[in-house]
Structures are given as structure tokens and as C-alpha cells.
Write a protein that binds this ligand. Structure first.
Ligand code: ATP
Ligand code: MG
Length: 410
């Protein structure tokens, strides 16, 4: 499919710009050079968006004008989307929005990108075109800004977070010294960015296989406290053992679980954090659930644990257990008690992850049918009855509960 797209965009490209030329760019080139899976394929072209639309139409390829003002047309082949974007150069920028103009200049297009590893192109023959020294940085896994780091950050402050995000995914050794220094110097500008952009970048960073090193450097240069002051009271020390535990037990990287590990389990503060960074409702609920959940005593019986699950819901408890298990496993190597504790936590976690909430078999209609007039007393009686049912570990069936309801109602 990619070959077909490049072929149609490169048709009658005779080396001149009139015919138009298209190359794969960015993440797809970077990841294939690193031998990593490629998620989506971005294409850069000297053709104007209208010309891209025309050629697609002529070739019978579906084209969606997904961002014409940015020069982006999405071509769909075999159900796969390919974003085709006209080359651009920056005209002016205020650190949050860039004004761009279409161009046919590959070097200018490369130079307006953020990092050298993200500015490599691959042409229709699969030849890599490197205009900014990105190949060498791919080789050494060096995350480096194109040109003057401070200037590139001043153009778009989100690049501070992108620097650490790409370091988390692809960097090795220490982050590039000049980039790190420039990030540190500009950190206060992060506050001016929209919450959506910050959280979207932070979520990706936290979803890296191992975000631990990037978080350490972010803390080191006080970038972390700028976007996540909550982490200051709590710390990021839990991350390495959490990551090791995830790997050992085959859990997929979960950005929210990592976030929960570095902020205090305080409901009010988590709510404020979710509002500030504009987490989705479901993300905010997940994060908060772990704070309002009672701490789990790893020595509790499985029956007591089932009652806890019923009363608090499995989600928050599962998160708590995963975090506690991460900490315990981190200490287990040198501590037999922690090893035993890990085993108990692991068992509870299995129970929580396979648990199905039993359905309380009595409802308001049953209470009213027992001749109790509707009103606040209905709810009270139901609550008392449900509590008893939970205390006896869900043993009573509906008939027994209805009989007890009659007694309670007397
Ligand atoms: P992935 O999709 O795997 O996260 P990617 O490299 O495709 O990685 P995107 O965020 O999708 O990253 O951006 C695509 C390309 O656009 C980048 O490779 C980079 O060249 C450029 N780019 C994206 N955001 C910026 C930015 N804020 N400043 C400069 N260039 C950017
Ligand atoms: Mg991408």
C-alpha cells in the first residue's frame, strides 16, 4: 500500500519539483531504522494538498482532507490511513502556535522538526535522506534537537516534554547535555501550554516500556515538578520496581498506573491534578479510585478481601495491589518478609482480577411489597440488609433475605 502511494505521488517526478516528490518521514523512518515496530506512516511531499487530492482521485484512492490548513490529506488504501503533508517552513511562532508556509524545500522541512531522529526521510526507493545528522544519532541513540536547542524550545515549549518522551523511548546513556540545559532553562514556560498537549505528551512518556530514567532526569532539572508538583511530596522511587514487576508478570505498560505511583493517594489532590491536566472522565475516575480505596492488608483472609472488593470496587484495589506488589518485590531480593508479602499480595491480586461482583438479590420494590411505606426508611432498610449480607459473605439467598426483611420491618 505504501509503495502504491509513493508511486502515485511521485508519478512523473523527474528530479524537478513540478512533478512532485514524496518521502516517508518521522516516526516510521526512525522506528524501521531502529528495528522497532512502526505504528503509523507519515508522508511528506512537495505537492500542494489540492494536487495530492487530484492525484488520489485520478488513481481511485480515497482521500480525506483531514487538515488542509496544515497541508494534510489522509489517503486510505486497504483500510490503512497515510497522512500526506505538504512540506512546510516556519514563518513565525510564539512558542505555542506556529505559522507555517508551504514549500518545496526538503531541508527547510527537516529543520522545522524537533529532533534529529524525527527528521529522516525515506524516498520511494527506500533510500534514507538525512539532512540534519539524524542517522548518527539513531546509531548512538542520542536524542538531540535540530539546531540551537534553546531556540527550538522557544518556538514550541512542548518540545521540552517531547525531548524527555523520546529519550524515554529511544534514548540511551545520558540525555544530550545542551538539550537538557535548554529544557531546564525554559521549564517555567511549560505552564503556558494547553493542558491537552501536556497530558497527551506526558501520557505517552509514562507509557514507555521504562519511563524511569526519563523521569529521573526530569526531576533532576525540575521539569517534573513544573508539570506535576504532586510528585514532589511522593517521589518517583517506586517506578523501577513497578516496571520490573510489570515485566515479570507480563502487565502492559499503563500510564495511569505509573502516574498513580508518583503522586500521593489523596483524593482531593488527585481530583485537582485531573482537572488541571484535563484527564478524561474515565482516566480521572481510575486515578481517584486508588486514593479512596482503603489500604489493603495483605494478611487478610480471602473472605474478608471479598468484602473489601464488594465495598470498594475491584479497580481501585487492583491498582493499589499492583503498586504495593511493585514495592514489595523491589525489596524482596534482600528481605524474606517482603518476599512472603509479595506472594500474599500476588494471590490477592489474582483474586481481585478474576473477581465478579455478586448481585444483591433484594431491591426497593421488595421492601415496599413488605408493606413498608416508601420514604427514607426503604433505603435505610436495604442498606442494613445488604450490609448483613456482605458481612456473612453473600451466603443468604433471596428467600432468606426477604424473610429477614420482614423481621427488620417489624
Ligand atoms: P510516534 O507517532 O511514534 O509518537 P512520531 O515521530 O510520528 O512518533 P508525532 O508526534 O506523530 O511523532 O509527529 C510526527 C513528526 O512531526 C515527528 O517525527 C516530528 O518530525 C514532527 N513533529 C511533531 N511534533 C512536533 C513539534 N512539537 N515540533 C517539531 N516537530 C514536531
Ligand atoms: Mg506519528
Amino acid at each position: 500500500a505504501l509503495g502504491r502511494i509513493l508511486a502515485l505521488l511521485n508519478a512523473d517526478h523527474g528530479g524537478g519539483v513540478e512533478g512532485g516528490e514524496a518521502r516517508v518521514v518521522g516516526g516510521a523512518v526512525r522506528n524501521s531504522l531502529m528495528g522497532l515496530p512502526v505504528s503509523d506512516i507519515d508522508i511528506a511531499t512537495t505537492l500542494r494538498p489540492e494536487a495530492v487530492m487530484e492525484r488520489a482521485a485520478a488513481a481511485g484512492v480515497k482521500a480525506v482532507p483531514t487538515g488542509l490548513q496544515h497541508g494534510t490529506v489522509t489517503l486510505v488504501i486497504d483500510g490503512k490511513p497515510f497522512e500526506v503533508t505538504t512540506l512546510r517552513t516556519d514563518v513565525e511562532t510564539d512558542g505555542r502556535h506556529a505559522k507555517v508556509a508551504f514549500s518545496t524545500d526538503w531541508k527547510a522541512d527537516a529543520e522545522r522538526r524537533d529532533l534529529t531522529i524525527n527528521a529522516l526521510y525515506a524516498d520511494a526507493e527506500g533510500e534514507v535522506v538525512d539532512l540534519v545528522g539524524g542517522l548518527a544519532d539513531i546509531e548512538t541513540r542520542n536524542i538531540r534537537f535540530i539546531g540551537d536547542a534553546a531556540r527550538r524550545i522557544a518556538e514550541d515549549h512542548l518540545r521540552i516534554l517531547r525531548f524527555f518522551r523520546f529519550f524515554a523511548y529511544y534514548g540511551s546513556g545520558r540525555p544530550d547535555a545542551e538539550g537538557l540545559k535548554a529544557c531546564a532553562a525554559a521549564r517555567s514556560k511549560l505552564k503556558a501550554l494547553s493542558a491537552e498537549r501536556v497530558w497527551s505528551e506526558l501520557r505517552k512518556l509514562l507509557g514507555a516500556d521504562d519511563p524511569g530514567r526519563a523521569l529521573l532526569w526530569m526531576r533532576q532539572v525540575a521539569v517534573l515538578t513544573e508539570i506535576l508538583p504532586e510528585s514532589e511530596r511522593w517521589g518517583i522511587d517506586a517506578i523501577p520496581s513497578l516496571v520490573a514487576t510489570e515485566k515479570a508478570l507480563g502487565w502492559a505498560p499503563d500510564p495511569l498506573l505509573r502516574l498513580a505511583a508518583i503522586v500521593p493517594p489523596d483524593a482531593a489532590r488527585l481530583e485537582a491534578l485531573s482537572a488541571r491536566l484535563k484527564l478524561s472522565n474515565s482516566e480521572a475516575a481510575t486515578l481517584k479510585a486508588w486514593a479512596i480505596t482503603a489500604p489493603v492488608n495483605d494478611e487478610m483472609t480471602s473472605a474478608a478481601f471479598e468484602r473489601l472488593l464488594y465495598r470498594n470496587g475491584a479497580d481501585g484495589i487492583t491498582t493499589r495491589l499492583k503498586l504495593a506488589l511493585g514495592v514489595a518485590r523491589g525489596k524482596a531480593e534482600s528481605d524474606l518478609d517482603e518476599m512472603a508479602r509479595s506472594a500474599r499480595l500476588g494471590k490477592l491480586l489474582d483474586q481481585a482480577m478474576t473477581w465478579k461482583k455478586p448481585q444483591f438479590p433484594v431491591n426497593g420494590a421488595d421492601v415496599i411489597a413488605a408493606d413498608i411505606p416508601s420514604g427514607p426508611r426503604v433505603g435505610e432498610l436495604l442498606a442494613v440488609l445488604e450490609n448483613q449480607w456482605v458481612e456473612e459473605n453473600f451466603a443468604s439467598d433471596r428467600a432468606a433475605l426477604l424473610a429477614r426483611l420482614q423481621q427488620l420491618a417489624q
